[in-house]
Design a protein around this ligand. Structure first.
Ligand code: GSH
Length: 217
C-alpha cells in the first residue's frame, strides 16, 4: 500500500502532496470536492469526523488528520529527504514556530473566510465576518514578512538558502484568501519564498495543478 491523500484542488492537501513529493513518495489521491460540501458527506466524516481535508491514510492504514501533524509525520517517516533540521537545533525550532503559526493562527481565519455563515446565526453578519477574517489573516502574513527573517535573493526560504518543510505551508497559505494577488503586491519576501517553492523541480507541477501562481493585480 502507498499513501492515500484525501484532498481537493487549491486546498490544504496541496501541502501534503508537496511534502510527499519532496520525500519522493508515491501517493494515491481521493478527491473530496469542497464545492458541493462533499467533505461533509458521511463517507468523508468516517475519515475525518470534523469534515475537513487534508487527511492522509498511511501505508499501514492509519488515518491522520490536521495538516501540521501530517506534514511533520511525513518528514519524520522519510528522514532521508532532510525536510527538517535536526531535533534540538535552533533551525528546527524556527521551522516549527512558523509552521505552528500558520496552522494555528492563519488556517482558522481561512475557515471564517470560506464559511462565514457558520460563525453567526445572522446571515447579514457574514460579509463582516469574512472581511475581518481576511484582514486578520493578512496580519498574520504581515508578521511573517516582518519577523520571520526572510531575506529573499538567493536565500529565499525561511531558513535562508536551505529549503525546509516549513516553506510549504508558508508558500501555499500565502495564496489563500485572495493571496495570489495580494501577497505579490504587498509582501515581497514572502512572495519570493512562494515563488522559490513553486519553482522547485519536485513541486512545480503540483504548484501549477493547484493554481498557486501569482495573479497580477
Ligand atoms: N485544522 C485543519 C484545518 C483543515 C481545513 O480547514 N481544511 C479546509 C480546506 S483547506 C476544509 O476542509 N474546509 C471544509 C470545511 O470546513 O467544511 C488542518 O490543519 O488540517
Amino acid at each position: 500500500m502507498t499513501y492515500l491523500l484525501y484532498g481537493d484542488i487549491g486546498s490544504g492537501s496541496a501541502m501534503v502532496e508537496m511534502a510527499l513529493a519532496e520525500a519522493g513518495q508515491p501517493v494515491e489521491h481521493r478527491r473530496v470536492p469542497l464545492e458541493g460540501d462533499h467533505q461533509l458527506a458521511p463517507e468523508h466524516l468516517a475519515v475525518n469526523p470534523l469534515g475537513r481535508i487534508p487527511a492522509l491514510r498511511l501505508p499501514d492504514g492509519t488515518l491522520l488528520t490536521e495538516s501540521l501533524a501530517i506534514l511533520l509525520t511525513v518528514a519524520e517517516r522519510h528522514p532521508e529527504a532532510d525536510l527538517l533540521p535536526p531535533p534540538g537545533s535552533i533551525e528546527r525550532a524556527t521551522a516549527l514556530r512558523w509552521m505552528a503559526l500558520m496552522a494555528g493562527e492563519f488556517y482558522p481565519h481561512v475557515t471564517r473566510w470560506d464559511y462565514p455563515r457558520r460563525f453567526s446565526p445572522d446571515p447579514a453578519a457574514a460579509p463582516g465576518i469574512r472581511a475581518r477574517a481576511e484582514e486578520m489573516g493578512r496580519d498574520v502574513l504581515r508578521v511573517v514578512e516582518a519577523h520571520a527573517g526572510l531575506r529573499g535573493g538567493d536565500a529565499p526560504f525561511l531558513l535562508g538558502a536551505r529549503f525546509s518543510l516549513a516553506d510549504i505551508p508558508l508558500a501555499v497559505m500565502s495564496r489563500w484568501m485572495g493571496g495570489r494577488t495580494w501577497t505579490p503586491a504587498n509582501l515581497p519576501r514572502l512572495e519570493a519564498l512562494a515563488r522559490a517553492v513553486g519553482a522547485r523541480p519536485a513541486l512545480a507541477p503540483i504548484w501549477r495543478a493547484h493554481r498557486m501562481d501569482a495573479v497580477p493585480a
